[in-house]
Design a protein around this ligand. Structure first.
Ligand code: SAM
Length: 199
């Protein structure tokens, strides 16, 4: 049964590889929001690593990526997935060589990293049409709950990012209460990227 598929950080098959082959490279909304353009490739700290999908995409486009994950369970899945990708060799091994993984709360770790760009993609409160929430996201929510301290994480990121903070947020959701207006916004299909320049 599909529901029983165990959650896995998989960098060698499935959706991640499909996105690698057919995703659209630097023209996608996330790389544009991060500032991957005009030959620029900033270093990125992904403060909410999850299954590492966004971090892997950015690393596949040449960025050096530091993943931070505070959940023991999610961190273990990521460590296993990265190890498997290294063992697989070839292109995926080259990509994950640009990724490092940290275990802890990004609010505590970010200041010591003096990051250039920080990506924040917190777990959101359940939507009314929760049947539409992807199975994987529901599985992650069962493990980590909702990230009720997302505003504090954003403030920590804004306090130390040298170039920008990018907040990944559902397209139709209200803005995060208490957060300043973004400098600009890049719209994806169901997701938007609010970009806060800190230069
Ligand atoms: C929506 S998922 C991120 C998905 C990710 N963007 C991907 O591509 O797979 C959010 C993750 O961020 C983690 N997280 C949330 N707040 C955090 C914090 N302050 N420090 C570290 N990890 C955090 C959660 O445990 C969860 O695994």
């Amino acid at each position: 049964m599909v529901e029983d598929t165990p959650l896995k950080a998989d960098f060698t098959s499935g959706a991640v590889v499909h996105r690698l082959r057919f995703g659209g490279g630097r023209g996608q909304a996330l790389p544009r929001a991060i500032g991957l353009k005009n030959g620029k490739t900033p270093d990125v700290v992904d403060a909410t690593a999850g299954l590492g999908r966004d971090g892997f995409l950015l690393a596949s486009l040449g960025a050096k990526v530091t993943l931070i994950e505070r959940s023991d369970h999610m961190h273990r899945l990521l460590a296993e997935g990265l190890a498997q990708a290294r063992d697989a060799g070839g292109e995926v091994a080259e990509i994950v060589a640009r990724i490092s993984l940290l275990h802890g709360d990004a609010k505590d770790l970010l200041p010591g990293l003096t990051p250039e760009v920080v990506l924040v993609d917190p777990m959101h409160p359940p939507r009314h049409n929760s049947a539409l929430v992807k199975k994987e996201l529901r599985q992650i929510r069962d493990i980590v709950g909702t990230d009720d301290d997302a505003l504090a994480l954003m403030q920590a990121a804004l306090g130390c990012a040298r170039n920008r903070v990018v907040l990944k947020w559902p397209q139709k959701a209200d803005a995060m209460t208490g957060l300043r207006m973004p400098s600009h916004r890049i719209n994806g299909k169901s997701t938007r990227y609010d970009v806060f320049m800190t230069l």
